[in-house]
Design a protein around this ligand. Structure first.
Ligand SMILES: [Zn+2]
Length: 457
């Protein structure tokens, strides 16, 4: 079903995507406010030409074919060395970008689903040895080979539902050696392809059990001790190896405070890492305010931001209109769904306030074992009251912006040739056929890497 992208140096052919019923280009870059609902649909008859991993043209078919032939000739290749992807009746969009996943872990926690169904609370599950600490135990015990196989398996699932770029957080090691191992595995998966993997260091995901045990009965002292370790030991090791693009902190009342998150993130920035936050998932914890204050790439979850937090993100977005970088709100609507909660992220309020919104899976073994961004889009349309176009913007250009990646999420000449041909005539049907297998063809860097059905191209 999937095949690797040919290696560098291998002669490659051009790819021409033709016949699409609709092409949603996202041209014009990240969107907020009313513009979040504009997917920039190209005129009918638009084709997309790709060569050497990049988009060469988004233009009427004859013009795109000509541009491709000219580019092939200029590179000393035969002008007819072109594969054609027949997208008749399909909707073509940029490849989807999953901007928030905990891709790498070992084990599974289906037992907790049954416990919750019988009425067990989060704290009862934790007291029974479950929850995040059971994943930490399993992950520390897992070899690099086991983690690689796990990563390949679930990236394969993501690719088949249209995801071509995956952010991958560490954070189930909580000790330097395992955190480094998780990031190294993410790096190997990125090198392997075909999906791109963007590693994020999340040492401050939880306080590890051995640090808690060293400070019996004093959670504050244990948390401070671990924050010191993250700053003095883990971050420098991660930065020295150059194996993470950004640093994330779980900023939440009872986990890491806004002050602790600020110290960790400033240390990360000083070491050259981009910064992002798990912010205000369960209660207003100053996370949104901190993300705006620091100019983070993203503030994620935002289940319960304070009004001041939303205002701070809105004002950061308004500043961004004048050249500064926006803080993207990354919403994760399958989490409350999977936990059976009624709580919903205030997506409409954020969009109306002018904050750019992205959507992600939060793929993780406890609260969202979900790999499909189309399913997340469905969830966002139904529970967060997003328009289908807003949901598509949120999983393409705005999600790429949340990762600091300006070379994808948009179909435009010069950008990465990552795209999906969906087996529906309009983007509005992508979230509508809930849970259906709609990706007819998934293209990464100009190569078809996954087919939704045999013989489709
Ligand atoms: Zn998360």
């Amino acid at each position: 079903m999937t095949r690797p992208v040919p290696g560098a140096g291998e002669p490659t052919r051009g790819l021409l995507v033709v016949g699409a019923a609709e092409v949603a280009t996202m041209s014009g870059g990240p969107r907020r406010g009313t513009a979040q609902a504009d997917p920039a649909i190209a005129p009918p008859g638009t084709a997309i030409a790709c060569l050497d991993g990049r988009i060469v043209a988004v233009a009427p078919e004859a013009e795109a074919a000509e541009a491709l032939a000219a580019a092939l000739e200029a590179g000393g290749r035969h002008p007819h060395a072109v594969d054609v992807l027949d997208a008749s009746g399909a909707t073509v969009t940029p490849g989807l970008v999953d901007a928030h996943t905990h891709l790498l872990f070992a084990g599974s926690r289906e037992d907790e689903v049954a416990m919750r169904a019988r009425g067990a609370t989060y704290l009862e599950i934790l007291a029974g040895g479950g929850g995040i600490l059971s994943t930490v135990r399993a992950t520390r015990a897992a070899s690099e080979q086991v983690l690689l196989a796990h990563g390949r398996r679930w990236i394969g699932q993501m690719l088949r539902t249209g995801t071509t770029t995956v952010e991958a957080k560490s954070g189930y090691g909580l000790d330097t050696a395992t955190e480094l191992r998780l990031l190294a595995v993410a790096g190997r998966l990125a090198a392997e392809g075909p999906a791109d993997v963007v590693p994020t260091f999340l040492g401050a995901h939880a306080v590890p059990p051995e640090v808690r045990a060293a400070h019996p009965g004093d959670v504050t002292a244990a948390t401070e001790a671990y924050v010191a370790t993250v700053i003095a030991e883990q971050l420098p090791a991660v930065a020295a190896q150059g194996i993470a693009r950004s640093c994330d902190v779980f900023c939440e009342a009872g986990v890491f405070s806004a002050d602790q998150a600020r110290r960790i993130l400033l240390a990360a920035r000083a070491l050259g890492l981009d910064i992002r936050l798990h912010a205000d998932e369960l209660a207003p914890s100053g996370g949104a305010e901190l993300a705006a204050e620091l100019g983070a790439l993203s503030a994620d979850h935002l289940g319960a931001p304070s009004p001041a937090g939303i205002a701070a993100l809105a004002s950061a977005a308004a500043d961004a209109a004048e050249g500064a970088r926006p803080v993207v709100a990354v919403l994760l609507p399958t989490v409350p769904w999977f936990l059976g909660l009624d709580a919903h992220e205030p997506a409409r309020e954020l969009i109306d306030a002018g904050v750019p919104v992205a959507l992600a899976t939060d793929f993780n073994p406890g609260t969202s074992p979900v790999t499909s961004l189309p399913l997340v889009m469905t969830s966002a349309v139904l529970t967060l009251r997003l328009d289908p176009a807003e949901a598509l913007v949120a999983t393409t250009v705005n999600a790429a912006t949340a990762l600091g990646l300006a070379d994808r999420g948009v179909l435009a000449p010069g950008l990465r040739a990552d795209l999906v041909a969906w087996d529906v005539p309009t983007h509005a049907q992508i979230p509508y056929w809930a849970g259906a297998d709609l990706a007819r063809a998934v293209v990464v860097r100009g190569h078809v890497v996954a087919h939704g059905r045999p013989g489709a191209s």
